[in-house]
Design a protein around this ligand. Sequence first.
Ligand SMILES: Cc1ncc(COP(=O)(O)O)c(C=O)c1O
Length: 450
Amino acid sequence: MFDLPDDEILPLSREHVFWTWSAQAAVKPIAVKSAKGVHFWDVDGARYLDFNSMTMCVNIGHGDLRVIDAIVEQARRLPYTAPAMTNNVRALASRLVAEISPGAQLTKVLFTLGGADANENAIKLARGYTGRLKVLTRYRSYHGASAGALAATGDPRRVAWEPSVMPGVVHFLDPYRYRSTFHRTNPDIAETEFTKDYLNHLEEIIQYEGPETIAAILVESVTGTNGVIIPPDGYLAGIRSLCDRYGMLMIADEVMSGFGRTGRWFAVDHWDVVPDLMTMAKGLTSAYAPLGAVAMKPKIAAHFDEVPFRSGLTYTSHPISLAAAIANINVLRQDRLVEHAAAMGPVLRRMLNDLGEAHPSVGDVRSIGLFGIIELVRDRKTKEPMAPWNSSSPEMIAFRQYCLEHGLYLEVHWHTALIIPPLIISEEQLAEGFKTLDEALRITDKACKR
Ligand SMILES: Cc1ncc(COP(=O)(O)O)c(C=O)c1O
């Protein structure tokens, strides 16, 4: 089907493809031929161990026939229905998402095409429900690349497109212990005090902005590309109670952290916090088909019982994507992959700690479940990053290149390396990838000042 000689794929792509997130001339695409389990192969036969689940999304691993067959079967039966229609997969997928949602309390589901429009719809729902405009989000966050989601984003991907077209977004600081603004002189502060300082900071901003103007606080439950920042105990519960106190809604962005990534169905489950709205994508179908969703408490949906929700998408609840979602969730359940991710959590943490002990360029490691990061520095004492903010460095480029050349695919973001493998990964496969990391870190070690 659609055959093209392997050696023509790259030249033809270079001629006609417009690449995202890149200067066109700088892109070095991998031409992928096949993928199975935790591996994929390029057209030259090179095998890569996938330490990034492609785009942090192939949670169940590659080439699972149970999902592929469901997609094929759905395409044969009924590939599409209009947004105001329903069918078996729309009913079943909504129920499944409701069942696995935190406390099974987010019982109404709006399906979107991906994470960005899930966040945009969540913001619209919150604005409609509260009648307020403002949305508070964090600086170290990414919420998607459509105009509104980008406005909500805190990181430099927003700055590139300013002025933002969506008014009313106010950013606040993240509880990022390794580089905590408030605790440079007392880095060993107790967790409860640390948490309190960041919640006080947030409440102060709420006061300055006027609580009566704020519709929602939108946060990644565990921050993704901006540093796998794991909230300290009490932090998400603190946001929950600030929302309740001031009549704001809590929106948890679980696009990257959801569907078992952290060792629970959703990251908020670690702290028993139930947001009012939760957005998801990526692991919802493990990227076998594009899909996002907003799950919400019934009171929010009920607000729109008489008031119309004035928004929509031609491809909302696309049956082929919903078939993928149902099959994917069934695989996560049947194969107990959420439990497996939880069991692998300490294994990944031990391997990360070992790297930290062996390499002076490792400044910090963090992980929760199979969601990990290595933060590389030139100097452990000053914490000078191995690449500047929003940039790269020859060492980081060489580090990633070494990994790729030795069959390890991973995401390098500024001065960090993300470890986000498919949830099916075994201890042996993790160890294989860490062996390559151990070798690659010699490159960054050489750049250390002490
Ligand atoms: C936390 C988070 N939210 C939202 C998005 C946007 O999702 P999408 O690329 O599907 O629009 C991403 C994508 O990486 C993400 O990591």
